[in-house]
Design a protein around this ligand. Structure first.
Ligand code: NAD
Length: 293
């Protein structure tokens, strides 16, 4: 059993993978990050360098810390480099068949005592674990975007996850400066289970004409002291992502209270996905963004 995690593998060099590599390297871990796309690795290294540069200019870290951390991150496309990792965090595209294929290639090269964590937002940890050769040494480690800024990590135990796996991963999350919320393996875990139905409800309120975009967002910002209004936050999360979490909750728990709002589905069908497509509940071609309803 790897009691302390010193060498970390990361599969997937996208938004989350590069953030995880960034924070791990600054915490003193050696990191090997892999992606199917060599271009994604170059982009990730450039993003990490730029983000660490910002931390240096704001006085959060020293230039020497940045240089040492960047030196600890190696990247490549060959799984053989995972052979001396204590833990590999999978942060690849949110498709079950993609993740299962990755575990199929990863497990044979890993040490038998090495751990695997998945950063999945919505696929059951127990089911992913069962597809590997080590369900006891498999766990969910759910980071939040942007990883260097967000202080929470949800740790999700699968049915078979061993206590030693949980303790090693909790110690790692704390070493990375994060606060841990321990979740059981139910659909969408804790944060999205509570947050997404609230955003969905705000969209029902809009659909039913209870209020317009400006009133709903002002209402929650000023009346409930939320830093962002729910429709603004839905645009930030991505309306396609929100719809897929609502479907996971609805199908996984079977309770009609989780039914995705038809207006949300309509926005996604229109390609109005929020900030990333330039239009959602707000039109981002204008400054400040203008409510679209
Ligand atoms: P992303 O699209 O930015 O990055 C995914 C990366 O995985 C891409 O670089 C892609 O090339 C790579 N990839 C695809 N197939 C691969 C394979 N077979 N082998 C290796 N790499 C492969 O996605 P993301 O937002 O970073 O999400 C990654 C994971 O993190 C998903 O499981 C997602 O649910 C989860 N997550 C996302 C967020 C978020 O806010 N974006 C938050 C928490 C968790």
């Amino acid at each position: 059993m790897a009691a302390e995690i010193n060498k970390l593998g990361v599969v997937g060099a996208g938004l989350m993978g590069n953030g995880i590599a960034h924070v791990a390297a600054l915490s003193g871990l050696d990191v090997f990050m892999l992606d199917v796309e060599a271009a994604a690795l170059d982009k990730a290294r450039a993003t990490i360098t730029k983000n660490m540069e910002r931390q240096v200019s704001k006085g959060g870290i020293q230039a020497a810390d940045r240089d040492a951390a960047l030196g600890r991150i190696k990247t490549g496309t060959d799984y053989a480099a995972f052979s001396d990792c204590d833990l590999v965090i999978e942060a690849a595209t949110e498709r079950e068949e993609v993740k299962l294929k990755i575990f199929g290639t990863l497990c044979p090269v890993l040490r038998p005592d090495a751990l695997i964590a998945s950063n999945t937002s919505s696929i059951p940890i127990t089911r992913l674990a069962a597809a590997t050769d080590r369900p006891g040494r498999f766990i969910g480690m759910h980071f939040f975007n942007p990883v260097p800024m967000m202080r929470l990590v949800e740790i999700i135990r699968g049915l078979a996850t061993e206590d030693a796996t949980f303790e090693a991963v909790r110690a790692l999350a704390e070493r990375m400066g994060k606060t841990v919320a321990v979740a059981q393996d139910y659909p969408a875990f804790i944060v999205n289970r509570v947050l997404c139905p609230m955003l969905n409800e705000a969209i029902y309120a809009l659909m039913e004409g209870v209020g317009d975009v400006a009133s709903i967002d002002a209402g929650l910002k000023l009346g409930a002291n939320h830093p962002m209004g729910p429709l603004e936050l839905a645009d930030f999360v991505g309306l396609d992502t929100l719809l897929s979490v609502m479907r996971v909750l609805h199908e996984g728990l079977g309770d009609p209270k989780y039914r995705p709002c038809p207006l949300l589905a309509k926005y996604v069908e229109a390609g109005w996905l929020g900030r990333k497509s330039g239009r959602g509940f707000y039109d981002y071609s204008e400054t400040p963004p203008r409510p679209t309803r």
